[in-house]
Design a protein around this ligand. Structure first.
Ligand SMILES: [Fe+2]
Ligand SMILES: [Fe+2]
Length: 292
């Protein structure tokens, strides 16, 4: 089975992308969230709705929020964050309707094939230092903190068949604290490992249950460093699991001549992935094997 993983879109998706994936040999697409440049995303959602392959998306921290709400979350302004969260369910619903048949969800278990599940982790993930979007998460998902979120994810693991692919917006904790690690914090290196503890706990639970985690796909911590320096490691393989950060931002470069996705191949016992750059005519111009 071959899947195309699309990192944080942030406004960079056009008709050439849709045409490429519709004509491709991929069995489906995984979209890790963050549709708009900042907020909104309806234009990008409508463009995605023309995809004819099965496609699953998890909301990112830029999906379904307003500018004021995003600012309130970042600055930890609690009252404005709570007030602006009231319309979030409506905005997420509008995005979901605009992108259908692309499926938008968090905390979801889907079958990729008979033996393999796709588990989508906590939606709107933004980092482990606070439980972001708390009022919305409580109302829309009945989840109040990382502990409850981990419990929710473990139930999905228990209901899954023997093989699992996890998809999050942010990646799991435990993969390193340097800014060059897949989910190490680059905007404030003092935060160190910026992966999410609930996702890490769910992955650990899956392996303890004897389930095979083939791959964990996420984004959020963009590949391009704002302050220059060494490039982030895009993928690592640990204990047979392939962890991929797909967030090459912007994913369209050089006036459309280079468009990024990650080609993910699922075998019976392991996954393989490659950073893949395609031109506007749909020809692959560069591939780089990840996490070997
Ligand atoms: Fe992003
Ligand atoms: Fe993000």
């Amino acid at each position: 089975m071959k899947l195309a993983c699309i990192g944080d879109i942030h406004g960079f998706w056009d008709a050439a992308d849709t045409a490429y994936f519709n004509a491709s040999r991929y069995d489906g697409l995984l979209l890790v969230g963050d549709l708009p440049r900042m907020t909104g995303g309806l234009r990008e959602a409508r463009a995605l709705s023309a995809l004819t392959k099965p496609a699953w998306m998890i909301p990112g921290n830029h999906d379904g929020c307003s500018v004021v709400q995003l600012m309130a979350e970042i600055r930890n302004w609690r009252v404005p964050a709570a007030l602006t969260s009231r319309r979030m369910a409506r905005r997420v619903g509008a995005l979901a309707r605009a992108m259908a048949p692309v499926d938008l969800a968090g905390y979801a278990l889907d079958r990729l094939n008979e033996n393999t599940a796709l588990i989508r982790a906590r939606p709107h993930a933004m980092g482990p230092n606070r439980f972001y979007y708390a009022a919305y998460m409580r109302r829309a998902h009945a989840v109040r903190d990382f502990r409850q979120s981990a419990q929710r994810l473990k139930k999905l693991v228990d209901a899954a068949p023997e093989r699992i692919v996890f998809m999050g917006h942010n990646g799991p904790a435990g993969l390193g604290s340097e800014p060059t690690d897949p989910w190490g914090c680059d905007f404030s290196p003092a935060f160190g490992d910026f992966g999410d503890p609930d996702l890490a706990e769910a992955i650990d639970h899956a392996t303890r249950q004897g389930k095979q985690v083939l791959a964990v796909i996420a984004g959020h911590m963009h590949h391009r460093h704002k302050r220059g320096g060494a490039e982030r490691v895009h993928a690592v393989r640990q204990q047979g699991m392939l962890f991929v950060n797909a967030a090459s931002v912007p994913r369209i470069r050089q006036d459309g001549a280079r468009r990024h996705h990650v080609a993910l191949t699922l075998g019976d016992h392991e996954a393989h992935a490659a950073d893949t750059w395609v031109n506007a005519e749909g020809r692959i111009v560069e591939t780089q094997t990840l996490g070997n």
